[in-house]
Design a protein around this ligand. Structure first.
Ligand SMILES: NC(=O)c1ccc[n+]([C@@H]2O[C@H](COP(=O)([O-])OP(=O)(O)OC[C@H]3O[C@@H](n4cnc5c(N)ncnc54)[C@H](OP(=O)(O)O)[C@@H]3O)[C@@H](O)[C@H]2O)c1
Length: 325
């Protein structure tokens, strides 16, 4: 089968299209013929061994992905495709089912075929959806959902979502809308209309206004793009308010620090939890017309380097999809 592989950490040019052996499903696995996948920030971080986030993060990244070279030569976490074969113990899926999901740290989706355990984050596609639309359902939304679950969002609670136009941000706005919160979304001028259409009650253009200086306060501040800090946001939180980060070792330290009852604090889900039931929840939301993944660009698999370079600009709006012919 054709797959995008890499055998050393480095810039996007380490990626190349190659013929590799087609995987064989184990007893409890399904073999998926991948029709569409995505390039995410997680693919980028893993490929460059988190070089841009400092030495400590590089070490952690290499400990997870392979110290000297990547253990898994095929990146790609999200997929949409058709079940090609099933292991003897599989009962949930049958050959021909249209499925989508997220492989997570096992990656493997930048290929014509991949195997997934049936109990893992894989589900039948929402009715009437194309493979290109289904591929980016999980990554941003599961990250956003994991964070927002900590925030007791409901009618009357206020949330500011910073970086509302990225993969996590566009999903975060729609999920916060679903939970009934009052949403203020922060993004640049070109994304204001989009973010409003996703359900934000108010929008702030960060190129024109610094939200930390306008005197407004919120129950929750969600940094969906890793560009903010607790220190900078603190004065914009209500007493007892919470700051939800998406990454950063400093945030991890803040979150682990004991805090007074009722104090403003950082909340981080440790360890990360993105269960299969959340994938099924997203599917229900899509079928009810309450969530849609936002797609910026679509590239054929062979243009993976170009797609990756675009993701690395940190300027994508929502998601970048790769189609696998
Ligand atoms: N996706 C993942 O797999 C994953 C997993 C775990 C953690 N994370 C972390 O979560 C964060 C977000 O990931 P993502 O995939 O959602 O990001 P993303 O899609 O790459 O974010 C791109 C968006 O960020 C906005 N942006 C860029 N600079 C900004 C700034 N200074 N202030 C506000 N917005 C800015 C851009 O919008 P404008 O044009 O409007 O500026 C663009 O729409 C990253 O730090 C990532 O490392 C990601």
């Amino acid at each position: 089968m054709r797959a995008v592989v890499y055998d050393k950490y480095g810039p996007p040019d380490v990626l190349r299209l190659e013929e590799v052996a087609k995987p064989v499903p184990k007893e409890d696995e399904v073999l998926v013929r991948v029709h569409a996948t995505t390039v995410t920030r997680a693919d980028v971080h893993t490929r460059e061994a988190n070089r841009s986030n400092g030495r400590a993060m590089t070490l952690v990244s290499r400990l997870i992905s392979g110290l000297r070279r990547p253990r898994q030569p095929i990146l790609g976490r999200e997929f949409a495709g058709e079940v090609e074969a099933v292991g003897a113990a599989v009962s949930e899926f049958a050959v021909g089912d249209r499925v989508f999901g997220l492989s997570g740290l096992t990656f493997g989706a930048h290929a014509e075929f991949m195997c997934m355990r049936e109990s893992a984050r894989i589900a039948r596609m929402p009715a009437g959806m194309s493979f290109e639309d289904a591929a980016p359902i999980c990554d941003g939304a599961l990250n956003a959902l994991m964070c927002l679950k900590q925030a007791d969002l409901r009618k009357g609670r206020t949330i500011l979502i910073y970086g509302a136009s990225g993969a996590i941000g566009t999903a975060g706005v729609q999920l916060a809308r679903y939970f009934g919160a009052d949403i203020t979304a922060v993004c640049s001028t070109k994304n204001l209309e989009l973010v409003r259409s996703l359900g934000a009650d108010a929008v702030i253009d960060y190129t024109q206004e610094d939200f930390t200086k306008n005197g407004q306060t919120y129950d929750v501040i969600f940094d969906a793009v890793g560009k903010l800090s607790f220190r900078r946001s603190r004065a914009s939180l209500e007493p007892g308010g919470i700051y939800l980060p998406t990454d950063g070792p400093v945030n991890l330290m803040w979150a682990l620090m004991p805090s007074r009852k009722g104090a403003k604090r950082v909340v981080f889900q440790i360890p990360p939890r993105q269960p299969k039931k959340d994938v099924l929840f997203l599917k229900e939301l899509i079928e009810a017309g309450k969530f849609r993944p936002v797609i910026d660009r679509c590239y054929p698999l062979e243009d993976v380097i170009e797609a990756t370079r675009y993701v690395e600009t940190q300027q994508k709006t929502g998601n970048v999809v790769l189609t696998v012919a």
